[in-house]
Design a protein around this ligand. Structure first.
Ligand code: PXL
Length: 276
């Protein structure tokens, strides 16, 4: 079978395990050729107190022009954290590179715990809708889904199953074929992912909620889901496998007493489990 090829567009945060530094190893380990297009290089992600930053916006289109001239076909186009001014450029890149058989996966990656990440402008969620309109798969967490649909964020950080279904339907009506709504907890001690699939409707993937806050787990989750989908798994199994991968990565992090809020999770130790 010819090797599959994924293009992922997000930042390269050297330290703190997120974005390209989790996407490339996860997808590569699954045997997929992974082309990472960095949108910026940061010393570390923006949950640290400070960071250095080199903007690479001007290099995005020239790279794509080169690839077009080589006639490369991508099986998946996968985007993550983007600066507000990069969203429209990335939308044009996706439109240019999407061919027959190419799937588009959008992780909005702009908010968590009820707040947008530092540095994003107010119009970010509205612009992000442009990417969602061309998505085969979109994976907002609860905060992102609320921002994207103009829904007030519940102070408890929780919604009921019915409210989550409503949110997923609203996201789908923005144009995405399949919705993966993460960061839900319908029952104490549980972490749920709600799926809304074109032609199939709703399903739920449940896992155990592990104590603590960990950075980059959304990026890691999306990378694993894209990998499994690229290899031909159905969405529900892809999400189940990815859920287990994150849970194992967190367990290793807790065992080693690492500060997962800054340094992310020890996914490297869990990779062999993802390959099974
Ligand atoms: O994991 C999301 C993310 C990605 N990249 C950078 C970030 C964050 C979240 O804060 O700061 C640079």
């Amino acid at each position: 079978m010819p090797q599959k090829r994924v293009l992922t567009i997000q930042d390269y945060s050297c330290m703190g395990r997120c974005s390209l530094t989790v996407a490339i190893p996860t997808l590569s380990a699954l045997g997929i050729e992974t082309i990472g297009l960095p949108t910026a290089v940061l010393s570390n992600h923006t949950q640290f107190a400070s960071w250095t930053f080199i903007d690479l916006t001007s290099s995005l289109i020239p790279s794509v022009e080169k690839w077009k001239s080589y006639n490369h076909h991508f099986d998946f186009l996968y985007t993550g954290y983007l600066a507000t001014n990069q969203i429209e450029i990335v939308a044009s890149i996706l439109t240019r590179l999407k061919e027959e058989g190419t799937k588009v996966y959008i992780d909005p990656a702009f908010a968590d715990n009820g707040k947008m990440y530092p540095g994003f402008q107010d119009e970010h969620p509205l612009l992000m809708r442009k990417l969602i309109a061309i998505a085969d798969y979109v994976k907002p967490n609860l905060s992102e889904a609320c921002f994207l649909t103009g829904t007030p964020i519940p102070a408890s950080g929780k919604v009921s199953k019915e409210e989550a279904m409503e949110l997923a339907k609203k996201i789908q009506s923005l144009g995405a074929k399949n919705v993966i709504l993460s960061g839900l907890s319908f029952e104490e001690g549980k972490l749920d992912v709600l799926l809304l699939e074109e032609g199939k409707g709703f399903s739920l993937v449940e896992g155990d909620k592990l104590e603590g806050l960990y950075h980059g787990t959304g990026d890691l989750f999306s990378s694993a889901v894209v990998g499994k989908l690229t290899l031909g798994k159905d969405l529900k199994s892809a999400v189940e496998d990815s859920h287990n991968y994150i849970a194992s990565s967190i367990r290793y992090t807790v065992e080693d007493k690492l500060d997962g809020l800054l340094y992310g999770v020890e996914f490297e130790k869990a990779l062999p489990e993802l390959l099974k």
